[in-house]
Design a protein around this ligand. Structure first.
Ligand code: ADP
Ligand code: MG
Length: 191
């Protein structure tokens, strides 16, 4: 690749709409879209199994090599879509990091529609309330662009990402569900 900064990181709790928005974004900008969850499953890029959570553990080193190889071959800007996409590449290779957010009840509704079980839904809603992806991404990149997807369609989310990229500076809308949702909602999920 000619220039170094060639990756857009799209991260967020599962169900925030990363893949839906990334697909539209890739079509609109003619960028390459890599869904890390799918890539890891297809190429078996795991380093073990988390028995407690019932999920395989992604091997971030192998994923990084695979992503760099794919990007070199494609010679296009790459959208890295995944709930750990902010942990794969160093800041020097990344144009911007977008963190998609969704209100706790809205996220639970989406995950229920996807057929997820209550335990997994609770775990992910808690992670969204605590802002785990956002704080991890902030640690890596120093600044992130947060987009609230609650009540928005993927097309609108895609438009907001394009607008952020055109402006050149990630507007950091700051989301803290701990201060934005009712105590009843928090108690329901965090109890
Ligand atoms: N902006 C949105 N608003 C409402 N529902 C959405 C939105 N984006 C995606 N969805 C739906 O929510 C679910 C999760 O979306 P997906 O893109 O798979 O999320 P992720 O990749 O972050 O896990 C899907 O069923 C999808 O159709
Ligand atoms: Mg996805």
């Amino acid at each position: 690749m000619s220039s170094k900064r060639k990756f857009l990181v799209v991260t967020g709790t599962p169900g925030t709409g990363k893949s839906a928005a990334s697909k539209l974004l890739a079509a609109e900008l003619r960028w390459m879209h890599i869904d890390l969850g799918k890539l890891a499953s297809r190429k078996r890029l795991f380093k073990g199994y988390d028995r407690k959570r019932g999920v395989p553990v992604a091997d971030l080193g192998k994923i990084k090599s695979e992503v760099l190889r794919a990007a070199r071959r494609a010679d296009r800007t790459v959208i890295l879509d995944g709930s750990y996409s902010h942990l794969v590449l160093p800041k020097s290779l990344v144009i911007a990091a977008v963190v998609l957010r969704c209100s706790p009840n809205g996220l639970a509704r989406r995950l229920r529609r996807k057929g997820w079980g209550e335990r997994k839904i609770r775990e992910n809603v808690q992670s969204e309330i605590l802002g785990v992806c956002e704080s991890e991404a902030m640690n890596v990149y120093g600044k992130v662009c947060e987009i609230d997807t609650t009540g928005k369609g993927a097309r609108e989310v895609c438009r907001e990402i394009v607008s952020m990229l055109r402006k050149g500076s990630p507007a950091t809308g700051s989301f803290d569900w701990l201060t934005q949702v009712s105590d009843r909602t928090l108690l329901r999920w965090m109890a």
